[in-house]
Structure formats: structure tokens, C-alpha cells
Write a protein that binds this ligand. Sequence first.
Ligand code: G16
Length: 476
Amino acid sequence: MAIEKIKFGTSGWRGVIAADFTFSRVRAVTQAIADHLVAQGLKDKGVVIGYDTRFLSERFAAESVRVFAANGIRSFLSNRDVPTPAVAFEIIRRKAAGGINFTASHNPPEYNGLKFSAAWGGPALPETTKDIEVRANALIDKNSIPLLSLAEAKQKGMVDDVDLRKAYLDDLRKKIDFEPIKKAKLKIAIDLLYGTGRDYLDSALRDAGCAITIVHGHRDPLFGGRSPEPSEENLAELSEVMKKGRFDLGLAVDGDADRFGIVDPDGTYINPNQVLALVLDYLCRTRGWKGGAARSIATTHLIDAVAKKHGIEVYETGVGFKFIGDLLVQGKIIFGGEESAGMTIKDHVPEKDGILACLLVAEMVSSERKTLKDMLKRLYKEVGVILNDRVNIRLTEANHAAVYARLSQPLNEFGGLRVKGKKTTADGTKYMLEDDSWVLMRASGTEPVVRVYVESSSEEQIKELIEAGKKFISGQ
Ligand code: G16
């Protein structure tokens, strides 16, 4: 059987543990990254290495350190499992050559993965990951990859055990206005989804005087049998906890704490698109920053409506936070968001940060003294109602090719609405429909699914568009 090639997807390289994601392939990818850094003249700056709470993550991280050490590249190895945004922050703080977090983020438990962030702190751009892929695939199954033992690496001063938490949290204290949070004395329920957000999000809020109740706050490499994704379905338990107690807010982060999940006091899940629009509006009203807002092609146009209200420019990017991170470091934007629950802001890491997003929501709830539902009502009154939904449809060996072929079909009508324009990108086709509704269908770069995203102004229309999407993908 031919060996699958190593391929970086929307964010890093991911694979099923023991099948695709193996020690030997981790060695090959690390060697490829080492060669890439040498070619860039960055070898002497060292790399930050982190890992999440998945099965064997810390072992994969150690393997990577051994390869870097044998190449004369020093590793700053995290002393515990760590959120991806904290790795991004440490890369910038240490002026390192880049960093790796061993994580498969929100994927199911049988996956592991590796996110490579560049020296600028953001997820590596396609030209970089292409270079690493080519180098790694040429190295697969070669026995020539140099390796030191960890003891040798330590003895040669090629590995430092480091704490990433303190500097990262100290920095967040400068970016979040904790005064209203301290005054509000919020009661918050937090679902850590067994991941790396533990002692980060909860301790930042506890230090600000909040009363915290934690759900799923210990390491479980099986994530309770689910994916560590803060989706409505996965946060049902948090929602139940909130319905039983009296809480002001429910918060969650994914396995590597770069995505957020928000729940209102009555247990209602607030979808990430709505959270993004509310936070952008809040920041424009309170921070007085100048600059644009970026969203991916799949993300709500409610952001555009908020941007219009405040007279700021909108940048539409492909799917993947790397493109938003790139705009942030270019100084073009004050805010970036993705519908998959990614957010960052001006002067922060060019990487999505679920901890930052949750803290900003806590700040917003404390100063507005309203539920998110009420804030949304107010926003819809001001800028108009824009609703959205998304479904993921599983791809199988059997339907894979047929579904892919369908994704590029020309369409004149969709869900009973006329197609008035389309945008074809690397992320599939976005069909603009009558009355400013739209639909985007694209293959995921992190999971074997096709995602159908729809947006419209009424619940009924949203349901029809989702049904039309399901039928279209299944070829009916
Ligand atoms: C998905 C989301 C993207 C996100 C990416 C990585 O990609 O749709 O918005 O940037 O995951 O997120 P994370 O690092 O949290 O896994 P795709 O290609 O699966 O849709």
C-alpha cells in the first residue's frame, strides 16, 4: 500500500494516531522544519515547543526536541500542556524562529497533529507549509534523520523547560479591562473540555473576583468520547449546569484553547458569528481604535453591518486564521474573526485566542450589564437581522469523489432563491442569492467533512437553505 503523503491542512498537519501520525513521521516533519529554518537563516533563534492534552502529545513534543537538538536548534519546551495562543505569544516574546504545538485542536480523540507557527507568531502561511511538506515527504521513511537522546540534548544546553503561562496571562491583564469584571463579581460556569485552557481561563477570572464552577477540568485524552470542540452539541452539559444554577455567563474553549464557546445565563448557546459581531461592536464603541475588521469567506456578514455602522473597512479572507493573522501583522485590522469560533484583536497574537475571546465577552457582559441575547436584540434593531447556520456532512471513501465534483457545479437557483453572483475560491464556491442570502459549500481541511454554511434574514429561509444544501451534497 502506498504511504499517504504528509499534507498540511487549514491549520497544521493532522492525522490518526499510529496510522498517519507516527513518531517516524513526526521526526520527518521536524527535520523538514529544521531544514526550513536553516534555509531562512533562523537556526540560532530557537523554537518554542508545546503540546496539548491528547494521547502521547508530550511524547511527540519530546521526539521533536530530540531532532531539533541534533540539528543544533535549541528548544524552549513547555513544562505543561499549553494553549496554542500561549505558544504564539511566547514565540514573539522570545523572538524565536517559530514554534510547534502538538495538537489536533478540535478533532476527535483518535487524531493528533502539529501546528507550526512562524517567527511572526501566526500559523504558517501556505508558501511556508508547502516548503515544509515537500521537504518532509522527501524524508519519510529515511533512516538518516539525526536524533539526540533527551539527556544529551539537555546536557548540550539544547533544551530549556519553560513556563509559558505567566507572561501570557500578565499580558492579557493589560488587554482586558478587568475593572468592570471585578465590580460585577460574575458567577461563571466554564467548560474546559478536558483541554489546555485549565488554569488559564479559570484562573484569570478567579483572580478578578469571579466565582467559577468548572466542568471537564481534568486531562482526558479521550475527551469524554467526543471532539473537544465548543459546539452547541458538545456544550449541552455546560448548558444543563447553567439551567440548574444561577450563573451570569457560560464560557468554553476547545482542546488547544484557540476557539471559544459562549452560553447565556438561561443555558442558550450563542453562536460564534453572533459573538464576533457583538464583540466587534463593543470594541468599536469602547476602545477608539482605528483600522479594519477581517472575517473569512465563511463568516457572517453581520460583521460587515457592524463595520458599516462604525465606518470601518472589511477584509474577506480564505478559511484559515493564518490569513487573518497576516492582515493583523500588516497593521490593517483591529479585529479578526472566523465563524468556527476564532478571534483576535489589535496588538495581540496574530492567532485565534479562545481565552482572549472569553475574557472580552466577560468584560462586555460586565460593563453592559445585559445578557448576550438582549445585546443581540439591540444590535439587530440597529443594523438589521442576519442569521446563519452550518452543517457538516461526512465524507466517505464511497461518496468522496462524487461530492467533490458537485462542489464546483454551476447553479442558477438554490433553495428556491435566484443565484445573483458567485465567488469561486480555494475554499469552494460562495453563491450570493437574492435578498442578500448566501450559501458556501466547501471541503474541510481539518476533518473528512463537507461544510455547508448559509446566511439569511429569517429562520424559515435558513432551514430551507440548509435542507437544500444537504440535498445538493447527497446528489438528490
Ligand atoms: C476549520 C475551520 C477554520 C479554522 C480551522 C482550524 O477548518 O473552518 O475556520 O481556521 O478549522 O481551526 P483549529 O485550529 O481550531 O482546528 P476546516 O478547513 O476544517 O473548515
